[in-house]
Design a binder for this molecule. Structure first.
Ligand SMILES: *Cc1c(COP(=O)(O)O)cnc(C)c1O
Length: 391
């Protein structure tokens, strides 16, 4: 056969909904020699990673590890371990990822009741009161950072209401973790999962996860086997815990990558990481406002790391995205679901959350909008962003 050309991926500022820009130190870590998955060096590395993940999730939960798989595997792991067939489960839907969780719960045999809010909005504890009362759920699932809309769901009050109703809480922090505060213990979350490729600046392939004591007790008291062999937390706990019982061959070099990625976040310090995400978001938002571009999520509930904005009237949004990629190498995301064909999703996640990305993006966007005869004052977005940085 004629061999395909050798690997030569183009360099890209990844400014979409994920994967995000990979930190160069993470790429280097991935290229280190592979050891065995039961090698003493690897076991020590796993322990260190677990300790760092507890810091990152702000938890003392013993059962904290990384699922071998992407964020969706983390979602499945949280759901299938807490849910037994026939269990009443409430899933909060205000975007694509809530929908996905409802699908996952239904497949796990749960009796799913949906709580809904408009896309771009979030849930208040009062929004949940009726469904908690009528469905009497055992588990409630909610997404903290809804990547399809850019809405920031506050968790603490919702968690209180869910626990007052006697249910356990699953929180999706795939996009949240490493970009905004996630306080697993303080907010009393029972299962919380994330993904390596959003604000952790690591390639996709691992899903950090943590289970509370209460969740673990529940898993131990199950009367049915966890539907998934691969994601059974009790079996995984024997590998990640002191027994070190072989379960599956861990993705060794991905673990190197996540280890380095989380180290980088903790080195910078969580408060500094959150402040950096907030600053670059404000600069981007000021720049977009100068171009007359509005956000899709409700004011006051907008995520710093995922800026979902409405493409201006009369602008071909798909052409802007494809021109950004082909002419500037910049990847951003399009809209999903109700925002399909209407929105751009601009990620400023992890290592990608930096002023050079914000300014490059705004400059490129100005050029493309000018070509499509969108009217604005040239240079105004850059000036507005720089004004934020100067403050
Ligand atoms: C990206 C994402 C997921 C899915 O993660 P994958 O790594 O694509 O499997 C789940 N939930 C949210 C909120 C996400 O942003």
């Amino acid at each position: 056969m004629l061999l395909p050309p050798p690997l030569n991926p183009p360099p890209r500022p990844l400014m979409g909904p994920g994967p995000s820009d990979i930190h160069p130190r993470v790429l280097r870590a991935m290229a280190a020699s592979t050891v065995g998955h039961l090698d003493p060096y690897y076991l020590e590395l796993m322990t260190g990673l677990q300790q760092m993940l507890r810091e990152l999730f702000c938890t003392k939960n013993e059962l904290t590890f990384a699922v071998s798989g992407t964020g969706s595997a983390g979602m499945e792991a949280a759901v299938v371990n807490l849910v037994e067939p026939g269990d009443p489960v409430v899933v909060c839907i205000n975007g694509v990822f809530g929908q996905r969780m409802a699908d996952v719960a239904g497949r796990a045999g749960a009796k799913v009741t949906i709580a809904e809010r408009p896309w771009g909005d979030v849930f208040s504890p009062d929004d949940l009161a009726p469904v908690l009362k009528s469905a009497r759920p055992k588990v409630v699932g909610i997404v903290m950072a809804e990547t399809s809309t850019g809405a920031w769901q506050p968790i603490e009050e919702v968690s209180k209401r869910v626990h007052d109703a006697g249910a356990m809480l699953i929180v999706d922090t795939v996009t949240a973790l490493g970009g905004i505060p996630v306080e697993v213990d303080a907010w009393n979350i029972d299962a919380c999962y994330s993904g390596s490729q959003k604000c952790l600046s690591c390639p996709p392939g691992l899903a950090p996860i943590t289970f509370s004591r209460r969740a673990l007790d529940h898993i131990r008291a199950r009367t049915t086997k966890v539907q998934s062999w691969y994601l059974d937390a009790s079996m995984l706990a024997s590998y990640w815990g002191t027994d070190r019982v072989y379960h599956h061959t861990a993705p060794i070099n991905m673990t190197y990558a996540l280890h380095e990625a989380v180290r980088i976040v903790l080195e910078e310090g969580l408060p500094n990481v959150f402040a950096r995400h907030a600053l670059n978001h404000r600069a981007l938002k000021a720049g977009l406002a100068a171009l007359g571009i509005r956000y899709a999520a409700r004011e006051g509930r907008q995520l710093p790391m995922l800026n979902a904005v409405l493409a201006p009237e009369g602008v071909n949004e798909a052409k802007v995205r494809s021109d950004l990629l082909s002419r500037f190498g910049i990847e951003i995301g399009g809209g999903l679901g109700v925002f399909k064909g209407k929105a751009w999703r601009i990620g400023l996640m992890g290592y990608g959350s930096r002023s050079s990305n914000v300014l490059l993006f705004l400059a490129a966007l100005e050029q493309l909008l000018a070509e499509q005869a969108h009217s604005f004052s040239p240079g105004s977005s850059i000036a507005a962003a720089n004004a934020i940085y100067r403050k």
